[in-house]
Design a binder for this molecule. Structure first.
Ligand code: ADP
Ligand code: MG
Length: 562
C-alpha cells in the first residue's frame, strides 16, 4: 500500500509543522488516501484496521476546514462509541491543534459531570467529540447547537452499530444541516453500515485499506480440533504450559464471554470479561486492572476489544473461530511483544469450522499448525522444568550461605545427606494430601496455589464429587498461609468475584492473582488473602465501596499457618 509524506497531501504549512512536531514521519495508508478526498469536500467511507491512524485522517481535514472558514460555533462533530474512544480521539485532535490555538476541542461523554461539559461548550469549541447518549443530552438541554456544523464524522462506526447506537446516530444526524460533509470510519464493514452510508452520505468515496502484508508471520499459530465441551480444559492446559500471562481470549458472543470468565475464575485464574453490555464504568475498571498487570486473562468479544488499545499480550486464544477472516487478523495482532514472536491458539470444532480455518490460512497466507492440547502430565512436566530453572537461578544469583549453613547443621545433627534434606524440603512444598502438585518458588506460590485449586476441581469432577464444601475444606488445607476474610454483601447485591478482585487489587496494589478462593453466599462473601496482607486488605476494604456499598471486612477463619 502506497503511503506519502504529509507534505504531498495538500495540507497547509501550519498543520504540517504540528505534524512534524508530533513526529509522524509519513501518512499512513488510510491517511494518504482519505485526507485529500476530505480536503476536497467529498464524503468518505474509510475502512482500516485499529491503530492505523484513522483519527488524524479525519481530524487534519477538519482542522484545515475550520482554519480556512473562520465560521462561528461548532464546526465539526465527531461521534464515537465509547468514552475511552472519545477521550482518545479528543487527545489526538488536541495534539494536532497545538499550533492552531484558535481551534478548541471539547469532549462530551457519559459519566463526567455535565455542568463541567456545559461550561466547556459555552466557552466555544469548534470541534466536539462525543458519545451518542451524551451528545443528545446536550442537544436536549440546548447546550449544544449543531446549526453550523460543516463536517460530521462517525468514528468506529462498526462498534457504534453493534452497541445499538443506530437510532441515536440518526437522531443526531437529522439535526445537522444537510449541506455538511460526512465521513464514516470503521475497522470493519457490515451491511448495516452500508445502509447508513446510503442514507446519510452523499456519493461517498469508499477507501478500504486491508493490509496484505499481514504481520502474522511473526506469530506462531496453532489450531486444535476439539469438541466445545473440552475448550475450558484446553485453555487451562495451554495457559499452564505456556504461561502467556496476560493472555487474551476471544469469543463470538457476550454470553460465552460471561460463561468463560466464570469458568476461568473458578479455576483460579484472574479472568476479566469485556463486552458491549457492560457499563462504561465497568469496562474502564477492567482495563485499569488489565493495564496494571492484575489480570491473567482478558476475555472479550471482537467488538468490545476493538475499542481498546491493547497489544503485546503473551497469547491470543480464538476460543470461538472468528466470524470474519479479518477478525482473525485483528485478534491475533494483539500478541507478540517487542522482538518476541507471538502465540495464537485457535479452537476448531467440526468440519465446517475446519473449512473456515482453511479460508483463514489462505487469506492470511500463513500456516496455522495443528497442535495437540498438552496433557496433565505435560503441564506437570513444564512446571517441574520451571521449578528446576528457578532452583538454578537461585543457586546462581542469590546469596544462599546461611541456608547452606543450615543444611550442614541438619546434616550433622541427624546424619542426613544433602540429597535427603533436599528431598524432604521438596516434599514440604507438595500439597497436604499428597497430590502431586509441583512446588514453586516464593513469587510463584500464589499462582501455583490457584493452579492446584483448578486441578482439585478437575479431579473432583472426574471423581463425580463436586460438593463445594469438600472442595472448600481441602483448599483450606492447602492454603496454609492464607487468611479468609468476609464482607457482608453477596449474591443479593449482585456481587461477582471480579468485584472482590477489583476492590482488593485496586485499593492495595496487590496482584489480583494473590487473592485466593472467593465464595459468594446469598448475603455475604468470603475470600482468601495472603496472611501477610490481611491488615492492609481489611483497612483498604473498610474505606472503599464495593458496588456502591460500604463494607466491613472481618476475619472469617484463620487457616492453618506454617
Ligand atoms: P485508529 O483510529 O485507526 O485505531 P488512531 O487514530 O487511534 O488509530 O491512531 C493510532 C496511533 O497511531 C495513535 O497513537 C496516533 O497518534 C498514531 N498515529 C496516527 N497517525 C500516525 C502517523 N502518520 N505516523 C505515526 N503514528 C501515527
Ligand atoms: Mg479510532
Amino acid at each position: 500500500m502506497q503511503t506519502l509524506p504529509f507534505s504531498e497531501l495538500g495540507i497547509s504549512d501550519g498543520i504540517l509543522q504540528t505534524i512534524d512536531d508530533i513526529g509522524y514521519e509519513e501518512a499512513t495508508p488510510i491517511q494518504t488516501q482519505t485526507i485529500p478526498l476530505l480536503l476536497s469536500g467529498r464524503d468518505v467511507i474509510g475502512q482500516s484496521q485499529t491503530g492505523t491512524g484513522k483519527t488524524a485522517a479525519f481530524a487534519i481535514p477538519a482542522i484545515e476546514m475550520i482554519s480556512r472558514q473562520h465560521g462561528k460555533g461548532v464546526q465539526a462533530l465527531v461521534i464515537c462509541p465509547t468514552r475511552e474512544l472519545a477521550i482518545q480521539a479528543c487527545d489526538e485532535i488536541r495534539r494536532l491543534t497545538t499550533h492552531t490555538e484558535r481551534i478548541r476541542t471539547a469532549a462530551v461523554y457519559g459519566g463526567q459531570d455535565i455542568e463541567r461539559q456545559i461550561r466547556l461548550l459555552r466557552g466555544g469549541a469548534q470541534i466536539v467529540v462525543g458519545t451518542p447518549g451524551r451528545l443528545m443530552d446536550h442537544m436536549r438541554r440546548h447546550t449544544l447547537f449543531l446549526d453550523n456544523v460543516k463536517m460530521v464524522v462517525l468514528d468506529e462506526a462498526d462498534e457504534m452499530l453493534s452497541m445499538g447506537f443506530r437510532e441515536d446516530i440518526e437522531t443526531i444526524l437529522r439535526d445537522i444541516p444537510e449541506d455538511r460533509q460526512t465521513a464514516l470510519f470503521s475497522a470493519t464493514m457490515s451491511p448495516e453500515i452500508m445502509e447508513i452510508t446510503h442514507q446519510y452520505l452523499r456519493n461517498p468515496e469508499v477507501v478500504k485499506v486491508i493490509r496484505k502484508e499481514l504481520t502474522v508471520e511473526e506469530i506462531d499459530q496453532y489450531y486444535y480440533m476439539i469438541p466445545h465441551s473440552h475448550k475450558v480444559e484446553a485453555v487451562s492446559h495451554l495457559m499452564d504450559v505456556y504461561r502467556p500471562v496476560p493472555a487474551m481470549i476471544f469469543c463470538n458472543t457476550k454470553k460465552q464471554v460471561d460463561e468463560l470468565v466464570s469458568a476461568m475464575q473458578m479455576r483460579g485464574y484472574v479472568a476479566e470479561g469485556l463486552h458491549g453490555d457492560m457499563k462504561q464504568q465497568a469496562r474502564d475498571h477492567v482495563m485499569q486492572m488489565f493495564r496494571g498487570g492484575h489480570v491473567d486473562v482478558l476475555i472479550a468479544t471482537d467488538v468490545a476489544a476493538r475499542g481498546i488499545d491493547v497489544s503485546g499480550v503473551g497469547a491470543v486464544f480464538n476460543y470461538d473461530i472468528p466470524q470474519d477472516m479479518e477478525y482473525y487478523v485483528h485478534r491475533i495482532g494483539r500478541t507478540g511483544r517487542a522482538g518476541q514472536s507471538g502465540l495464537a491458539f485457535t479452537f476448531v470444532t467440526g468440519s465446517r469450522e475446519m473449512n473456515e480455518l482453511r479460508s483463514i490460512m489462505r487469506y492470511t497466507r500463513s500456516e496455522i499448525k495443528k497442535g495437540s492440547i498438552p496433557t496433565s502430565a505435560d503441564v506437570m512436566e513444564s512446571r517441574r522444568r520451571r521449578f528446576a530453572d528457578k532452583v538454578r537461578d537461585a543457586v546462581e544469583g542469590h546469596d544462599l550461605e546461611q541456608y547452606r549453613a543450615m543444611i550442614e547443621e541438619i546434616s550433622s545433627l541427624h546424619d542426613l545427606s544433602a540429597m535427603d534434606i533436599a528431598a524432604a524440603l521438596l516434599e514440604f512444598e507438595m500439597t497436604a494430601d499428597g497430590r502431586t502438585a509441583m512446588p514453586c518458588a516464593a513469587d510463584d506460590a500464589a499462582f501455583a496455589r490457584q493452579e492446584r485449586r483448578g486441578e482439585a476441581e478437575r479431579s473432583e469432577r472426574s471423581d463425580g464429587r463436586s460438593s463445594r464444601g469438600s472442595r472448600g475444606r481441602r483448599d483450606r488445607d492447602r492454603d496454609r498461609n492464607m487468611v479468609r476474610l468476609s464482607i457482608g454483601i453477596g449474591q443479593n447485591a449482585g456481587i461477582e468475584p471480579r468485584h472482590i478482585v477489583g476492590a482488593v487489587a485496586g485499593e492495595t496494589g496487590l496482584p489480583g492473582r494473590s487473592i485466593g478462593r472467593i465464595e459468594i453466599a446469598d448475603r455475604y462473601t468470603t475470600f482468601d488473602v495472603p496472611a501477610e496482607a490481611v491488615q492492609i486488605v481489611m483497612e483498604a476494604l473498610n474505606r472503599t465501596r464495593i458496588m456502591g456499598r460500604r463494607v466491613t471486612a472481618r476475619v472469617f477463619t484463620v487457616t492453618e499457618q506454617y
